[in-house]
Design a protein around this ligand. Structure first.
Ligand SMILES: N[C@@H](CCC(=O)N[C@@H](CS)C(=O)NCC(=O)O)C(=O)O
Length: 307
């Protein structure tokens, strides 16, 4: 693992840091540009993603829901971090379609020669110059509908103004206690940090289960960005977080409303193509000195995602 300092790759420990209480915290993103619709033409921008990354998944889901596959090409890094960080692996189909680089830190350096920070996915760049636009998924789920909407096969507003407060409330809860909560459980280095994280995960799932009782999406009849933030964690939960991150009180399949919701979301056009259960299982159980020293990958549970 590592990061970049003044455009140079330096090795380092994992993203985020362990505090004295044993609680894991995520390092904030640093590239937070904006785009206007008049800036955006087909192929002018390029997305970098990893199948296993739940934050990159937000961007892939937004791209799929809008039908932006043609207008916004994507390159995937190999779904496994190395001493060189995220790298491409052409022999296995993970190719930098933009400049043919070997590692994502080279893409960052192409875009900003003095870049200092973590080398994360998702990343949106301007194709011709390589200029870094954004590496913050929370911003990308807003940039794509607004700035790329005119190129979308299925344009949609994922943040309708009248639902703004409800979306913000779900976003905050889901981000801190669920999206990050599972990582805080899995990376905890003390019993108390683990206990608190797992309580937060299941309190949040319980709240969502109750809220979904009488509506198809979190804020009502319309799919919004709050649902986009929820789905990546649901897709990874039973196959990985449940066991690899010790979130074992219940599976998503044990929640009637959540399970119906997750399968309905999975069946929407373009979504199944963004989901790679096998990669999640192998990724979260990959060899790690603390979490899986022997690197044995468990056999997958049988899960039927059909409606
Ligand atoms: N805040 C960022 C976080 C992205 C993030 O942490 N991505 C992870 C992969 S799941 C990553 O690329 N980590 C590499 C690193 O931090 O060195 C976002 O939501 O876009």
């Amino acid at each position: 693992m590592g990061q970049m300092i003044d455009g140079r790759w330096v090795s380092d420990d994992e993203a985020g840091s362990i505090s004295r209480t044993g609680k894991w915290t995520r390092t904030p993103s640093v590239v937070r540009g904006e785009l206007q619709p008049e800036d955006v033409t087909p192929g002018r921008y390029h997305l970098f993603a990893a199948w296993n990354c739940p934050w990159a998944h937000r961007a892939l889901l937004t791209r799929a829901l809008l039908g932006l596959e043609k207008a916004l090409p994507v390159s995937f890094v190999a779904p496994k971090r190395t001493d060189d960080g995220w790298v491409f692996d052409p022999q296995n189909g993970y190719v930098d379609q933009l400049a043919g680089r070997n590692a994502l830190h080279e893409v960052y350096a192409d875009g900003q020669s003095d870049y200092t920070g973590r080398v994360t996915v998702p990343l949106l760049v301007e194709a011709e110059t390589g200029t870094l636009v954004s590496n913050e998924s929370a911003d990308l789920v807003r940039i794509l509908p607004k700035a790329f909407g005119h190129l979308a096969d299925r344009p949609r507003d994922l943040y309708p103004k009248q639902l703004g407060d409800a979306i913000d409330e779900w976003n905050t809860l889901i981000h801190s206690r669920l999206n990050n909560g599972v990582y805080q459980a899995g990376f905890a280095e003390s019993q108390s940090a683990y206990d608190a994280a797992v309580e937060g995960v299941f309190e949040t799932l319980d709240a969502i289960e109750a809220a979904l009782g009488d509506k198809p999406y979190l804020t009502g009849d319309e799919l919004t960005e709050a649902d986009i933030r929820l789905f990546p964690t649901l897709a990874r939960f039973d196959v990985a977080y449940y066991s690899a991150f010790k979130c074992m009180r219940r599976r998503i399949q044990d929640y009637p409303n959540l399970w119906r919701y997750a399968r309905h979301f999975y069946a929407l056009p373009g979504i199944a193509e963004t989901v790679k259960f096998d990669i999640y299982r192998k990724g979260y159980f990959s060899q790690s000195p603390k979490r899986n020293p022997l690197g044995i990958i468990p056999i997958a549970p049988d899960i039927d995602w059909s409606i």
